[in-house]
Design a protein around this ligand. Structure first.
Ligand SMILES: *Cc1c(COP(=O)(O)O)cnc(C)c1O
Length: 418
């Protein structure tokens, strides 16, 4: 039995060692209580964008905490939320005009699904079915799990999950199969929305598809009046090499979810943005058409101030250049593994690099994942493979030398594991 009462996420306490106590974070590095330094190659679960404790974000948090910590967000508003909403409307793809606040990626997805159903109901159409990609991940709440891939993670909760129509992943050379499946599904009555992770499925294994497929998805949805929900919780804030993945496809979704990097990874916050038509469908003297969603900490002022500071960093600092430098380091680092029989599917998009280890022991629960993780950790590297898929998603302050060290370690560790 563990000594601590803490129950950790995605952790099998019976087989995993005790959690490592972390005392400090700085830039791309974590420091344990006993002074060991660990390079955070996965941005602490994909949230830390500019590095831990970016001074401007720390400063904004301190200043806001001195003024207003929290206030009910129904009937009241505050400057950090108002400023953040305006900045978001200006920075996100054109046409996303309204901003709804929540606290995590999962809740941003729940809000998106509820907005879609509210839109149709308030418009007087009976549409409630959701289309989703095979292999998708949209969070761990009941709605998020329902639209995500079914598997060992959620089999226990299956009786609680709602039914969705599954669209095959647009694997290379089979993109048209996906698009045809969307067309066929959209022809059925009652389809409310298609939800996708644009350009890359994250937790599903870092599976990449090209921008033109996303452009086509939007075109097909539009032709059938089906809403497109872009879950940019992971892809947002530069991960795919543009600020938002949808930019590469020239697509404005009808609803977009952002979270992880929204505060630069400093505090929990999420937003769901939507087109005017969706807000307008809820705008009525009929109170039954209200958007019935809230959480206690909706638009927490300190989190909003952190997000404003993050957006200002995006405006004033050469963030895109830093991402481009990481992308170049990834390309160099991955090159040595191309054509290497130990690896398959060597791939990259923006600041994300991924490759699969060729093994009979594949899948998330495979023994190879934890063994790789332990080996990286012993070298002071936080790398958390998804089954036999090794990926890097470092903070944008990481240097080419730091990344080079991680790529060296990949080669050495996989040799050792065999
Ligand atoms: C992480 C993630 C979520 C869930 O976000 P949480 O903040 O963990 O609830 C949803 N969608 C995608 C694409 C994600 O990567």
């Amino acid at each position: 039995m563990p000594a601590s009462p803490v129950w950790h996420p995605f952790t099998q306490h019976a087989v995993q060692p005790d959690a490592i106590p972390i005392a400090r974070g700085e830039g791309a590095w974590l420091e344990t209580v006993d002074g060991r330094r660990i390079f955070d190659a996965i941005s602490s679960w994909w949230v830390v964008t500019h590095g831990h404790r970016h001074p401007r974000i720390v400063q904004a948090i301190k200043q806001q905490a001195e003024r207003l910590d929290q206030v009910i967000f129904a009937g009241f508003t505050h400057e950090p939320a108002e400023r953040l909403a305006r900045l978001l409307v200006a920075m996100t793809p054109p046409g996303l005009d309204h901003v709804f606040f929540s606290d995590s990626g999962s809740t941003a997805v729940e809000v998106a699904l509820k907005m879609a159903l509210g839109f149709w109901r308030n418009s007087g159409e009976r549409r409630s079915r959701i289309l989703a990609l095979e292999g998708a991940y949209h969070g761990d709440t009941i709605g998020g799990m329902s639209v995500g891939e079914r598997g060992v993670f959620n089999a226990t909760y299956d009786p609680l999950l709602f039914d969705v129509e599954r669209i095959p992943f647009p694997a290379a050379g089979r993109e048209q199969v996906t698009l045809d499946a969307i067309t066929t599904a959209c022809r059925n009555a009652g389809v409310a929305a298609l939800i996708v992770e644009p350009l890359i499925l994250g937790a599903g294994g870092m599976l990449i598809y090209p921008p033109w497929v996303l452009t086509e998805m939007k075109r097909i949805c539009e032709a059938h009046g089906v809403l497109l929900i872009a879950d940019e919780v992971m892809t947002g804030w530069g991960r795919t090499g543009t600020r938002f993945a949808c930019e590469q496809a020239g697509v404005t979704p009808d609803i977009a979810c952002y979270s992880k990097g929204l505060t630069g990874g400093s505090l929990p916050l999420a937003v769901t943005l939507c087109r005017a038509a969706i807000f307008d469908a809820h705008y009525s003297t009929d109170r039954s058409k209200t958007f019935f969603h809230s959480s206690s900490y909706t638009a927490n002022p300190i989190a909003c101030a952190a997000a404003c500071a993050n957006l200002e960093i995006w405006q004033d600092e050469p963030v895109m250049e830093r991402i481009a430098a990481i992308a170049r380091a990834h390309t160099r680092g991955l090159d040595r593994f191309r054509g290497d029989a130990r690896f398959a599917n060597v791939r990259q998009i923006g600041s994300i690099a991924a490759l699969d280890i060729v093994t009979d022991d594949a899948g998330y629960l495979a023994g190879i994942g934890p063994r790789l993780y332990d080996n990286f950790l012993r070298r002071g590297l936080l790398v958390r493979p998804l089954g036999n898929t090794i990926y890097l998603m470092p903070p944008y302050c990481s240097t080419p030398q730091e990344l080079e060290r991680v790529f060296d370690a990949i080669g050495e560790i996989v040799d050792g594991i065999g």
